[in-house]
Design a binder for this molecule. Structure first.
Ligand SMILES: C[S@@+](CC[C@H](N)C(=O)[O-])C[C@H]1O[C@@H](n2cnc3c(N)ncnc32)[C@H](O)[C@@H]1O
Length: 240
């Protein structure tokens, strides 16, 4: 058995993959199971995820993130800001096999682990890890979709993420019940950064007891004025 195939020992308390995982990950279910196993073993040992999360890794973390693939709309590249233990970035790469993913994470300990995951899951041809804070990415990297989960409140997150979104692309922030309130608090910042339509959408309703609520901000052409006030709308919990 090669190193790529050898599962890590341990991970007690990790539940078998739920039936929904087979539908969400399809042919890549074995890699998704391997990812969950790595989170439950080296991920917890190295402090990337709390040991108490292990029994609920599938529903609260891996699937919760993977279902956001529902709103990628065929994007060929996703940039995940503050990936931490690869959430949502790795889960999205496994749920959307046609999509290239760039994981942006400033902490060395985390990028080392992410590099190991990418290598062991055989994702090196389409998943890259960049060690940086999002606001310090100065190589012109942009993507049609920029994701983030549990990184910061929307009004703090938007100035880090929206500059990385291509015009016409979308920032997709995974949020919980605070989504609508955060949208209201971030209105001014979003407008200044060229944020256009704002949607609050539930993902994974077909698979999860608690769907994943995301805030989707479409980036308009900022042009010379530095922002746009046209076409803004907030559509609460609209299903796509
Ligand atoms: C609470 S963790 C969440 C990790 C992962 N997204 C998740 O949902 O499990 C927040 C992560 O954001 C990273 N982070 C904080 N500020 C950042 C910034 N300005 N740019 C990129 N990453 C950042 C941290 O290093 C950390 O890994």
């Amino acid at each position: 058995m090669s190193d790529v195939d050898a599962p890590e020992a341990g991970g007690e308390g990790l539940a078998p993959s739920p039936e929904a995982a087979a539908r969400v990950f399809g042919d890549l279910l074995p890699q998704a199971e391997r990812f969950a196993q790595m989170l439950a073993t080296s991920g917890t040992e190295r402090g990337l995820i709390g040991p108490r999360e292990v029994p609920r890794l599938w529903e609260r973390h891996v699937l919760n993130c993977a279902v956001v693939a529902e709103v990628l709309d065929g994007a060929d590249h996703v940039l995940d800001v503050g990936s931490g233990a690869g959430l949502p970035g790795i889960a999205l790469a496994l749920a959307a096999p046609e999509t290239r993913v760039t994981l942006v994470e400033p902490m060395l300990r985390r990028t080392v682990w992410l590099d190991e995951v990418v290598s062991k899951l055989g994702l090196g041809d389409r998943v890259a890890v960049i060690r940086s804070r999002a606001e310090n990415l100065d190589d012109g990297t942009t993507a049609p979709v920029v994701t983030a989960r549990a990184v910061a409140r929307l009004e703090v997150l938007a100035p880090w993420c929206l500059p990385l979104v291509e015009t016409g692309g979308r920032m997709v922030a995974l949020k919980g019940s605070s989504a609508q309130q955060e949208v209201e608090q971030a209105q001014k910042v979003l407008r200044r950064l060229g944020g256009g339509a704002v949607d609050v959408v539930d993902c994974g309703s077909a698979y999860l007891e608690v769907p994943t609520t995301v805030v989707i901000v479409t980036k308009e052409d900022v042009g010379r004025s530095g922002g746009s006030s046209r076409g803004r709308r907030s559509r609460s919990k609209e299903k796509r």
